[in-house]
Write a protein that binds this ligand. Structure first.
Ligand SMILES: NC(=O)c1ccc[n+]([C@@H]2O[C@H](COP(=O)([O-])OP(=O)(O)OC[C@H]3O[C@@H](n4cnc5c(N)ncnc54)[C@H](O)[C@@H]3O)[C@@H](O)[C@H]2O)c1
Length: 255
């Protein structure tokens, strides 16, 4: 796969931690130039430093995906840096409180939707505008969005999060249908529980951890690096026939 990502420009959000960071490093190892976006510029810079230590090219830029003006200036900065966007991974997200729907406040609901749903929509819109204005690169353009198994089935204790991730799956499918014939493949990854800072509350007790593990077909939790493998594959020309797909990376939790 190395040659397939060679010199591609990839924009990643939430790249200071977890799936975004693991994907940024894997894209870089496979030859890509990486725009490392995150709300937290310090962690974004740390990821970019790790990439440069591998001998690859990276630029850290701050972005709040929930804010239109921030997203617009982030993409202007990305294009200013590398001249084009070949691939994108819209991954920044938050979990929100673990409680039932009647307990969730409107502010909590709106914050989750703003980051997880509006954020992906704002980033996709900017990416698609940039991609339509460019010549289609060899192998085409690719966008991958981070949804979740919570975007495919019920999450009784994460109702707003589940709604935001169903929205990500829906907008992935709609955009894939619109832009497939113009050289842009658009897919989602739907991970199961992986121990990252975001998922801390899900792993907070042995009881919760055992319950999550019990639901899976495989006997271990995934890692950010395993999710990154799927993200990079979906972004590569090896996935040339795959678009509009919410791809489960869930250790068989939904089998
Ligand atoms: N970890 C899991 O179990 C799991 C499972 C399924 C889906 N996901 C999804 O994966 C994605 C990545 O999560 P992770 O587990 O790697 O978590 P993480 O906490 O390791 O990383 C999330 C990153 O997103 C950044 N971020 C948060 N709000 C932002 C904003 N408004 N603008 C820009 N950046 C912002 C954070 O600073 C952080 O670096 C999220 O969309 C999450 O919903 C996670």
């Amino acid at each position: 796969m190395t040659a397939q990502m060679q010199d591609k420009t990839v924009v990643i959000t939430g790249a200071g931690s977890g799936f975004g960071k693991a994907s940024a490093l894997l894209f870089a190892r496979q030859g890509a130039k990486v725009i490392v976006g995150d709300l937290n510029l310090d962690t974004a810079q740390a990821t970019a430093d790790e990439i440069r230590a591998l001998g690859a090219s990276a630029k850290a830029l701050q972005v709040d995906v929930a804010q239109e003006a921030s997203v617009e200036s982030f993409f202007a900065g990305a294009i200013d840096t590398y001249g084009r966007i070949d691939c994108a991974f819209n991954n920044a997200g938050i979990l929100g409180p673990v409680k039932e729907m009647h307990e969730v406040t409107l502010d909590e609901y709106e914050r989750i939707m703003a980051v997880n749903s509006r954020g992906v929509w704002l980033c996709m819109r900017a990416e698609i505008r940039a991609m339509l204005a460019q010549q289609v690169p060899q192998g085409g353009h690719s966008i991958v969005n981070t949804a979740s198994v919570a975007g495919l089935v019920a999450s009784a204790m994460l109702p707003a999060y589940g709604a935001s991730k169903h929205a990500v799956v829906g907008m992935t499918r709609s955009a894939a249908r619109s832009y497939g014939r113009r050289g842009i493949r658009i897919n989602a990854v739907c991970p199961g529980p992986v121990e990252t800072p975001l998922a801390g509350p899900l792993f907070a007790s042995d009881k919760r951890r055992d319950m999550l593990l019990e639901r899976q077909a495989l006997d271990h939790f995934g890692t950010p690096e395993e999710v990154a493998e799927m993200v990079v594959w979906l972004s590569s020309p090896a996935a040339s026939l795959v678009t509009g797909t919410p791809m489960r990376v869930d250790a068989g939790a939904l089998t």
